[in-house]
Design a protein around this ligand. Structure first.
Ligand SMILES: [Zn+2]
Length: 200
């Protein structure tokens, strides 16, 4: 679908990404706010994929090694994220199981898929329009700002139910890998140059 859109680049201008003022293409620093100007971030896509792959690699041990310690009737078991969700669900804590599942599986996987789709669809035709893809980028970026909430949700719900000895976060390799994975995918989203969505 071709939409008649005039971008700053097509008009021979470069816009400041921080304060949105536009300049002729030969200016390399914003005179209003001092931010460096570039029409498109060079090697943005390579950076996106590099951070994305690093995030995915860190996400694997985060799901394999024990993340949650659950205990019922005095016996304690350490389990992976998914194992912990099943354990919580089975032992009568479905709301907490759902919160942990959404925060540590649904949101991270959704972020991986969205960033990959955005980067992949730059050079290839897709059924999703540019406006919709820009919107998707804004959603991913917005979630990115709150990314550590994944870890916080698990930590807070764990501390809330701690006195019942239901679940707690095992501060081991899985938690470290999970935090690293969140940080890496956040970098992948930041490295993405949303202006490239509008290039032909
Ligand atoms: Zn500026």
């Amino acid at each position: 679908m071709k939409e008649p859109i005039l971008t700053a680049r097509k008009a021979g201008l470069v816009a400041c990404t921080r304060c949105t003022r536009v300049y002729p293409p030969d200016v390399d620093k914003c005179k209003r706010c001092g931010a460096p100007l570039s029409s498109r971030n060079p090697d943005a896509l390579q950076r996106v994929w590099a951070w994305w792959i690093a995030g995915l690699i860190a996400y694997i041990p985060a799901n394999i090694y024990p993340m949650l310690k659950t205990s019922s009737l005095g016996s304690e078991t350490a389990s992976s994220i998914m194992g912990g969700v099943i354990e919580l669900w089975a032992h009568g804590d479905p709301p907490i199981a759902i919160i942990v599942f959404v925060a540590s599986i649904v949101i991270p996987v959704g972020k991986f898929l969205s960033i990959a789709f955005l980067a992949y669809s730059l050079k290839r035709p897709t059924s999703m329009g540019r406006h919709a893809r820009h919107r998707l980028y804004q959603v991913v970026e917005f979630i990115g700002r709150w990314s550590m909430i994944d870890v916080f949700v698990v930590a807070i719900t764990a501390s809330l139910v701690q006195f019942n000895l239901v679940a707690s976060v095992n501060p081991g390799i899985a938690a470290i890998c999970f935090a690293a994975s969140v940080a890496f995918t956040m970098q992948a989203a930041l490295a993405f140059d949303p202006r490239t969505i509008w290039d032909d």
